[in-house]
Design a protein around this ligand. Structure first.
Ligand code: AMP
Length: 323
């Protein structure tokens, strides 16, 4: 069984500088990373816009994957551009430039063939545009929202309206603090449930991800221990691609909702796809990736995070503490 996934978000040309290397105008954008990762599992319906300057080779790359481009508009003008610079701690980066280009006045048109997509990912883009796509897809089984500090700072009321209407919110730890004002991640996640979300997933970069459920359920997913990070750009979007990609292969429960155990596995898939993307610039590492590679990392994570559940304080240690 496999369900199709609809994504709206940025398709961009990125310039990225790390302490060790720099690339210019490579394929980037939240929707590009997401689609490349998720298409490993199931077909992806892409809603985005690029300018007439967008390189043909990247369109051909999308076409070779199971990525439907019926909802990708090519408009007169410049493609979205983003320029980021990483610190030596690559969990930290500065945005040096953002040029919306053709996104500035873009309105999504959802092709009829996209309408029965069961999973929806509202990748990082203006909340108003995310809202339009949500309006056009009232019957999706599961909706997941991502955003970033720019929209929290400049379009908070609109972003909040979108958060009230989705099932799962993805946030980095810093974004959660910025949005809620809580220094504790646990308290911040709890505050978000007042908006009606079912789950909050807190991304912690190279430290993994936390899954919080509205009912108090909780899971901490370890990060894959990468020796060398080349470029973390797109890790959050590839994370979402692994999460929704995995869920697209799972039958939900009789009530139409995914089980918590499925969500736990999905978060682990997210961490795995996020780890692969960091091994090279742009989507390069994902190009050759197979589900067998994902399965190998899955087993490593099981092995390195599973520990003996049977420990209890022994009688003798209790006695010695008491004494
Ligand atoms: P991530 O590293 O997962 O946060 O995603 C980085 C990607 O987000 C880059 O490829 C950028 O092109 C894209 N991006 C950066 N800023 C924005 C923005 N304001 N709106 C939409 N996409 C953006």
């Amino acid at each position: 069984m496999s369900s199709s996934i609809l994504v709206v978000g940025s398709v961009a040309l990125d310039t990225v500088e790390t302490p060790f290397a720099k690339v210019e105008e490579v394929l980037g954008g939240a929707a590009s990373y997401f689609s490349t990762a998720a298409s490993l599992y199931s077909p992806v319906n892409l809603v985005a816009v690029v300018g007439t300057d967008f390189p043909q080779e990247y369109l051909e790359f999308f076409r070779r994957r199971a990525i439907n481009l019926a909802g990708l508009q090519v408009r007169q003008g410049r493609t979205f551009r983003w320029f980021g610079r990483y610190h030596l701690d690559m969990n930290v980066r500065d945005t040096l430039d953002t040029q919306l280009g053709v996104y500035a006045d873009f309105h999504a048109v959802i092709p009829p063939e996209y309408r029965d997509s069961s999973l929806l990912f509202l990748a990082n883009i203006q909340p108003g545009l995310q809202q339009e796509v949500l309006d056009a897809m009232p019957r999706v089984r599961l909706s997941v929202l991502d955003s970033m500090d720019l929209w929290i700072n400049t379009a908070r009321p609109q972003l909040t309206e979108v958060m009230k209407r989705v099932d799962i919110m993805l946030m980095s730890e810093e974004e959660l603090r910025l949005y809620t004002g809580c220094s504790s991640v646990v308290a911040g996640a709890r505050q978000l449930f007042n908006l009606g979300l079912k789950y909050v997933i807190v991304k912690q970069g190279s430290y993994g991800a936390l899954l919080f459920g509205q009912d108090g359920s909780y899971f901490s997913a370890p990060a894959y221990p990468l020796e060398e990070v080349v470029d973390p750009t797109g890790a959050g979007d590839a994370f979402a691609g692994g999460l929704l990609g995995y869920l697209s292969t799972v039958e939900p429960g009789p009530d139409g909702h995914y089980r918590f155990e499925d969500l736990k596995r999905a978060v682990v898939h997210g961490n795995i796809l996020g780890s692969f993307v960091c091994e090279d610039f742009s989507i390069r590492r994902l190009q050759q990736l197979t589900l067998a590679d994902v399965a190998a990392r899955y087993q490593t994570l099981v092995a390195c995070s599973h520990f003996d559940p049977n420990w209890l304080p022994s009688h003798s240690s209790e006695t010695s503490t008491a004494g």
